[in-house]
Design a protein around this ligand. Sequence first.
Ligand code: ADP
Length: 339
Amino acid sequence: TDRIVLSGVSKTFTTKQGATTAALDDVNLSVGAGEIFGLIGRSGAGKSTLLRMINALERPTSGTVEVDGVDLAGVTGDRLRRLRHGIGMVFQQFNLMNSRTVYGNIAVPLQLAGMKEAQISARVSELLDFVGLGDKAFVKPRQLSGGQKQRVGIARAIANRPSILLSDEATSALDPQTTGDIVDLLRSVNEEFGITIVVVTHEMDVVSRLADRVAILSAGRVVETGEIQQILSRPAHPVTAGLVESYTRTALTEAEKTQLRGEFTDHRISVTVDDTLVGTPVLSRLARAHAVDFSIIQGGVARVKNHPYGQLSLALYGEDRAVEAFVAELGAQAEVIRW
Ligand code: ADP
């Protein structure tokens, strides 16, 4: 059964000066119950506008949007409020209230839904455990890392047990490793609670790890829809081919991954470091001190080139104990993630 259906949806924005932008142009798509659906496209393609139509934050200029069989055009007032309770949303910039604690942030939708304080308390601690922040209830958002903030954002979004979760570039402000963690968390939201998820992103990497099906949006039009694996291996539209090409250029191929796994099983790590450590002198000095050789795996570097954090994937050569000691010392200066 389809949970979300858009039929012939167009949206034109008109400025006060009378200039018009066609943000969406005759969009048709449907998202099945329990599905993770990806919406991918370059900046300005209309992804956010489409997402905002699903909880009626935007209304179409023409066409219809149906959620659970209900045409949103006629939904207002209390019905609209109830409909929105059933749809959670997460944002690129997290949109947390800085004056409230983590607990306070997650409690907001529950308070709005009129839940009693005792129940709120039980629900929030359940949610905190689920997102792995059991010990952060009374911390303010500014004391959290980006990844932790997004965990709070996700907990808040699913607090009312929605049937749909909308994710608007939820990982775009995060480093690659944290992106992976949030992708995993969204996946378990889907698996454990059966929540239908619509993921908007410009990152092919994210949808390739998360989505069952995707739609590619370009200049307000859906140019292609399909299963993610089929899109990646046989993109039909030139726009899709362009997105897939720029993704595969930086990603490791399956063959490379297999090869690397075979060769380096335990001796392959990812390091998230600040700029001072990206230049290899520090790494070289440490490696020499521990009698370890390393090489920087190409794919890992290319993938993070335009990222504000440095992230390196290293292959390490040496005796197990030497590698352990090297990783331990590196870990004191940088975040080390084992593959
Ligand atoms: P994306 O999320 O893919 O980056 P958007 O949906 O944000 O794309 O925007 C699609 C197009 O619609 C862009 O050209 C954008 O400038 C325009 N647009 C979006 N929202 C508004 C608005 N409220 N007023 C005017 N133009 C808008």
